[in-house]
Design a protein around this ligand. Structure first.
Ligand SMILES: CC(C)(COP(=O)(O)OP(=O)(O)OC[C@H]1O[C@@H](n2cnc3c(N)ncnc32)[C@H](O)[C@@H]1OP(=O)(O)O)[C@@H](O)C(=O)NCCC(=O)NCCS
Length: 303
């Protein structure tokens, strides 16, 4: 099917639903689809992105650039052409998952990160768009899967103590609600065997890793009874770095200017949740939010 026909195929609406685009974003995306289908230069660029994305599916180690700076802005909105290219290549990712006998529910839950990222863009920028297209190439590689509450990315790391990198399951936490300890237990338990079953060529996987502002001990001790603190306590940390941007981005839905540190006007930040109050207090105390790398032995996920 030529690209224009794929874009105008009525089944594309079902795909948008499957990819969990929120209702408030869907009409805008459908409008973009029609506009792009009517513009030859847009179609030509989408063809390029489709080829690159298809090459990425099943090949997460590829260093080939998929999206370029020119793809971030478009006359119709942010990330329009990457978004459409991602939508059109979702079936190829599903096929890759199916080739590995990954259940369709896991495949759908993993690809639903597209709708989540469009939601995040709306939260940060106030209208429909996409700015996390590079992150989504990691999902589209077929090796970043959502199992229950958590996402797991099959990758390699030296886990802070080994000379050579080994296969690990790097944990990501999407913004899809509370992080109840029993749901975390359940996810870890699933992941402990899932990847070895579906990616047997990788061999044994001994570590979960996570690199996140949620592991910041400065947050955990300010809210010791929180789900966040329970999550953070599971990890042994090996590296921390200042990253105020992540606390602002994930905790307040704001994107600071490149290179900006702590916000100057703390009183202007909403203090409507205990997490936000903990971050504001940390900044008020002159500290920085820390991006922390931690590890958990996979065996503990089996308990
Ligand atoms: C991690 C997370 C799932 C924890 O959610 P939780 O289980 O509800 O949170 P906790 O028990 O730790 O803390 C509860 C408090 O945090 C608030 N909270 C939860 N998520 C929040 C968010 N994204 N922004 C601001 N406040 C949040 C809750 O409203 C609650 O406040 P209250 O005590 O005033 O009612 C949540 O922080 C989240 O969605 N984070 C965004 C995703 C993210 O940062 N991923 C990591 C990327 S590296």
């Amino acid at each position: 099917m030529i690209l224009r026909d794929s874009l105008l195929d009525p089944r594309l609406a079902d795909e948008l639903n499957l990819l969990a685009l929120r209702e408030e974003d869907r009409d805008t995306v459908v409008h973009w689809v029609r506009e792009v289908a009517a513009h030859g230069d847009d179609l030509a660029r989408v063809e390029v992105l489709l080829d690159r994305l298809r090459a990425r599916v099943g090949d997460p180690a590829s260093r080939e650039v998929v999206f370029e700076l020119c793809d971030t802005e478009h006359r119709l909105g942010r990330g329009v052409l990457p978004l459409l290219a991602l939508v059109l290549t979702a079936p190829a990712v599903r096929e890759e998952h199916a080739r590995r006998d990954i259940p369709s529910q896991v495949s759908d839950a993993s690809l639903a990160d597209l709708g989540q990222q469009v939601w995040k863009d709306r939260q940060v920028n106030g209208s429909t768009g996409l700015h996390n297209q590079v992150w989504l190439t990691r999902v589209w590689s077929g090796q970043l899967l959502k199992l229950g509450r958590l996402q797991f990315e099959l990758t390699r790391s030296h886990v802070g103590m080994l000379e050579s990198p080994v296969p690990v399951l790097d944990i990501h936490i999407d913004e899809s609600g509370p992080l109840y300890p029993q749901e975390v237990d359940d996810s870890l338990r699933q992941a402990a065997t899932f990847f070895e079953d579906h990616f047997p060529e990788v061999g044994p996987i001994d570590w979960f890793t996570c690199r996140s502002w949620l592991l910041d001990p400065g947050l955990a001790w300010r809210m010791p009874d929180s789900n966040l603190a329970d999550f953070a306590r599971r990890f042994t940390l090996w590296e921390v770095e200042e990253k105020d941007r992540d606390a602002l981005y994930f905790g307040f839905g704001m994107e600071p200017a490149v290179g900006a540190g702590r916000p100057d006007d703390l009183a202007a930040l909403p203090a409507d949740t205990s997490l936000r109050r903990a971050v504001i207090e940390l900044w008020r105390d002159g500290e920085h939010a820390m991006l922390c790398s931690g590890r958990i032995p996979v065996i503990s996920g089996l308990i």
